[in-house]
Design a protein around this ligand. Structure first.
Ligand SMILES: NC(=O)c1ccc[n+]([C@@H]2O[C@H](COP(=O)([O-])OP(=O)(O)OC[C@H]3O[C@@H](n4cnc5c(N)ncnc54)[C@H](OP(=O)(O)O)[C@@H]3O)[C@@H](O)[C@H]2O)c1
Length: 326
């Protein structure tokens, strides 16, 4: 029998329940994937908590890697038994089987395992658009990236190194600082104990940076603006500490004629061609060893341990990506 995670009210990890379900056949343009490894993303906690409202009851999760076991009408280019990975699916990837629009699916190179793919896909596509499109990071460029030892963060450290850029990463512990630096961060700031604005000024000889990538949100918003050069770009792309609200636009003027963007993956991967282009760049970096996304055993959770997985992620205890194993 197929199994899936569902929730019928918003709240903490305790609202997540595992249940059996009878899968429907894939619809037109869909494939049915037997999931082998499922990516856990911080956005899943926003949907569970209600920060991002959704119709209830609902499944959860948009990313997994596995094997195609059925194809719906009109699907070309993907066939039964193909090894694949997907992101941006309709909710319900936290499951043993999921019907996914074929345009959200790409073939997985043999060099990349299901676990590596599920650990890297959504997060790596995010780093791709952040560093390559939202603002094109140049070799030698110094920039600030918050939560640098998280799932997105460790990929960003490695991608920055591959580009020859200097990523200054913020982190919540000394151990995480070491991990970010080992992954390729040029410098790390422990924002629980150090003043981020002061440290960025010191590290850049008071020049500050042209771009800040901020997924922490509420707690770091103002410090991030203070780390920017005049006309610099603030990329606010997440809410790990809570959303940024009530912004008076005049603050952008006061802090140096700044630019702000609030991007999401859906705004950058809008069709299959864009997905394939970004995935190929990501897979090449994984296959050549420039990006390592191996997940430690302690961050792999059985599907039935989903409550523990969410609680662990939200407690800031993890480094790199977390997986559910169906
Ligand atoms: N817009 C997009 O397209 C997009 C796509 C993917 C992800 N995101 C965002 O990117 C961020 C990272 O996602 P992820 O899945 O890789 O998660 P993650 O970085 O592995 O986990 C979140 C990290 O945020 C930091 N954090 C800071 N303040 C926190 C707080 N009050 N509570 C909890 N964590 C806090 C923690 O690291 P420290 O202990 O080091 O502070 C924590 O480990 C999330 O905000 C997510 O929403 C956005």
């Amino acid at each position: 029998m197929a199994k899936q995670i569902q929730f019928s009210r918003n709240g903490g990890p305790e609202v997540l329940e595992i249940q059996e379900f009878t899968p429907q056949d894939p619809g037109v343009g869909e494939v049915q994937v037997e999931n082998k490894a499922i990516g856990i993303n911080y956005i899943d906690t926003y949907i569970r908590s209600g920060l991002y409202p959704t119709a209830l009851p609902s499944g959860l999760g948009t990313e997994a890697a596995g094997v195609v076991i059925k194809t719906g009408a009109g699907v070309t280019g993907i066939k039964v038994n193909d090894r694949v990975v997907y992101a941006q699916s309709k909710p319900g990837a936290y499951s043993t089987l999921h019907n996914v629009a074929a345009e959200k699916v790409v073939q997985l190179p043999t060099a990349i395992s299901f676990e590596q793919a599920a650990a890297a896909f959504l997060k790596g596509l995010t780093v791709h658009y952040l560093l390559r499109q939202t603002y094109e990071i140049q070799p030698e460029e110094t920039f600030l990236f918050h939560a640098a030892s998280g799932g997105v963060g460790l990929i960003a450290c490695q991608w920055a190194k591959a580009l020859g850029a200097r990523l200054i990463g913020t982190v919540g512990s000394a151990e995480k600082a070491q991990r970010a630096k080992a992954a390729g961060a040029w410098a790390a700031i422990n924002y629980r104990h150090e003043n981020v604005v002061q440290r960025v000024a010191e590290l850049t000889n008071n020049k500050k940076v042209r771009v800040v990538y901020d997924s922490v949100g509420k707690d770091t918003w103002e410090a991030s603006l203070d780390c920017l050069q005049p006309r610099g770009l603030m990329v606010s792309y997440g809410n790990s500490s809570g959303p940024v609200t009530g912004v008076n636009l005049a603050i952008l003027n006061q802090k140096g004629s700044l630019y702000v963007t609030r991007p999401s993956l859906d705004g950058y991967i809008t069709c299959h061609d864009e997905l394939v282009t970004a995935s190929n760049e990501l897979f090449a970096l994984i296959a050549c060893g420039a990006i390592n996304v191996d997940v430690p055993e302690r961050q792999k959770f059985d599907l039935s341990e989903v409550q523990k997985a969410h609680a662990t992620l939200e407690s800031r205890a993890t480094q790199g990506s977390c997986l559910l194993i169906p």
